[in-house]
Design a protein around this ligand. Structure first.
Ligand SMILES: NC(=O)c1ccc[n+]([C@@H]2O[C@H](COP(=O)([O-])OP(=O)(O)OC[C@H]3O[C@@H](n4cnc5c(N)ncnc54)[C@H](OP(=O)(O)O)[C@@H]3O)[C@@H](O)[C@H]2O)c1
Length: 279
């Protein structure tokens, strides 16, 4: 089975493609080969490669950057996925699309289920939600996977930034009023490939198990890396970032557990393995 992955050089692509390659014939493209906002080049690419499934990882993921670049965010996060979905429909290709916890407002004490009401607080969240809607409108049976708080090999993410600041300043300040589930990007590969093999469609929430604040996450990173760095808890208000983030965005992952028989490991276990690889 042939998979074609867009936005493949990013964090998620770097981590899942090596696993997917063990099971599928994978064509990895990024913006230089296929800018997903360009329908004509998409058409040529799909006619040429004739994949069974397109996995769309292409996105504008700079959450604060999206606040200043709403037009670009709309083009890449909303319109681009709609273009990919329309082309996939035209050529009878299956489509997998990735989305985010930032489509929710976080004003709940319970883990989010797939059909809970979205209410994004940021341009990134709004444009990603519209991307989901465009994909659902343009493709008859897309698979949409929402995930969150990714880290892994390559790319920029919380842990790489945390280590950089720690080395520069010897101390870090991290918010303690946002709760989520840190997720090792490569762990998404197994449930993803099972969902593809089973030809599943619809929305799925997938993260590592358990939850914490960014503050607790940072403490655990330094613990596992044996780095003696003081971590000071601060509030989101004090950090004053451009984009507002959900306060609590933990996912209920029971649907993917039922449909794939996979429960991702605890976030601490996955993080420990990742940190051991950095030592
Ligand atoms: N990272 C997370 O914590 C997280 C959490 C939840 C959901 N997600 C979702 O997971 C997916 C993958 O995220 P990621 O973390 O791998 O993002 P990423 O590291 O930012 O990678 C996205 C890739 O897409 C490329 N790209 C940007 N615009 C494009 C375009 N018009 N056409 C084709 N490619 C384009 C980027 O290239 P440039 O770098 O050159 O722009 C980059 O290589 C996204 O849908 C994201 O919303 C991520």
């Amino acid at each position: 089975m042939k998979l074609l992955v867009t936005g493949s050089h990013g964090l998620l692509g770097t981590n899942i493609i090596p696993v997917l390659k063990r099971y599928f014939d994978v064509i990895s493209l990024d913006i230089e080969e296929w800018d997903i906002t360009d329908e004509k080049s998409g058409q040529k690419i799909l006619q040429h490669f004739k994949p069974h499934t397109v996995i769309n990882l292409a996105a504008f993921t700079d959450v604060d950057g999206c606040e200043d670049n709403q037009e670009r965010a709309t083009r890449i996060n909303s319109e681009g996925p709609g273009i990919v979905a329309g082309l996939c429909r035209k050529y009878a290709i299956s489509m997998v699309h990735f989305s985010t916890d930032y489509i929710f407002d976080g004003n709940t004490p319970f883990p989010y289920k797939e059909d809970d009401r979205p209410n994004p607080l940021s341009v990134y969240g709004m444009t990603k939600l519209q991307g989901e809607r465009n994909v659902l409108e343009k493709h008859p049976s897309p698979l949409i996977i929402r995930t969150q708080w990714l880290y892994g090999d390559g790319g920029e993410h919380f842990i790489s930034k945390l280590i950089r600041v720690a080395k520069e300043k010897g101390i870090v300040e991290v918010v303690n009023d946002q709760i989520g589930s840190p997720t090792y990007a490569k762990d998404l590969a197994e449930p993803l490939l099972i969902l593809i093999k089973k030809n599943k469609s619809g929305i799925y929430h997938i993260t590592n198990t358990g939850s914490c604040s960014w503050f607790e996450f940072a403490q655990r990173v330094f613990d596992y890396l044996h780095m003696n760095i003081p971590v000071r808890p601060i509030s989101s208000d004090r950090l004053n970032r451009k984009a507002k983030r959900p306060r609590y965005s933990v996912f209920d992952c029971s649907k993917v557990q039922q449909d794939t028989n996979v429960t991702l490991r605890l976030w601490q276990e996955a993080l420990k393995e990742y940190c051991n690889g950095l030592l």
